[in-house]
Design a binder for this molecule. Structure first.
Ligand code: DC
Length: 203
């Protein structure tokens, strides 16, 4: 059985948490595609060329502990603008989406470019302030000096770069279910996605 769920949205909207919960609910595999761009960004920060890094990405690159830092997130957003980088990562994502047993992919362009035929597409969003607050709470554990205003500025800069790039910009697919998590709990958001998948599967 092949069944693809595409979950897109801006940074810290909750798509990662929702995707993991939905994948666990149905026993589907889950791919956080942001990690691929973060791994390329992390290699660029150590002096590698972005396109060469994307073409030669290894599983060890995806396991680096530094991938979750704010610095790597910004660099990921910068390398994600380069069409050759996106192209180099495309096949891996499509193969993952088509695996037997079902797959959930989360990112920015899954429903629009990577899997335009996904059976279920979701676009998860929330206000920039709510998203910055969530990201701040995650980051402050590692860096007590970090300021909420800095995190908000980073979120806004990343949104702008991700939405305005020419190749595969962050945009909701026309047929995506829109979920705003500003005032919605994660279990409520997960329930909406589970219901959409049940409906698409005819359950
Ligand atoms: O989801 P994330 O915050 O881990 O993503 C990091 C960056 O990677 C994001 O700012 C833009 C880029 N990205 C992308 O361009 N396309 C995707 N499918 C996933 C992430």
């Amino acid at each position: 059985m092949q069944f693809t769920v595409a979950i897109d949205g801006p940074a810290a909207a909750g798509k990662g948490t929702i995707s993991k919960a939905v994948a666990a609910h149905f026993g589907f595999a889950h791919l956080d595609t942001g990690l691929l761009y973060r791994a390329v960004g992390a290699r660029v920060l150590t002096g590698d060329d972005a396109i060469a890094a994307a073409r030669g990405l290894t599983t060890a690159d995806l396991e680096r502990p530094s991938l979750r830092t704010g610095e790597v997130a910004q660099e990921a957003s910068k390398v994600a603008v380069i069409p050759e980088v996106r192209h180099a990562l495309l096949e891996f994502q499509r193969e993952f989406a088509e695996r037997e047993g079902g797959a959930v992919l989360d990112g920015r362009d899954i429903g629009t470019v990577i899997c335009p035929d996904a059976q279920v597409k979701v676009f998860v969003t929330a206000s920039a302030e709510v998203r910055a607050d969530r990201r701040y709470k995650e980051l402050v554990a590692q860096d007590p000096e970090i300021k909420l205003a800095e995190v908000l500025a980073d979120v806004i800069a990343r949104d702008k770069r991700d939405s305005e790039r020419a190749t595969a910009p962050l945009v909701a697919a026309k047929d995506a279910l829109l979920i705003d998590t500003s005032d919605l709990s994660i279990p409520e958001a997960v329930a909406q996605v589970v219901a959409a998948i049940d409906e698409a599967r005819g359950a």
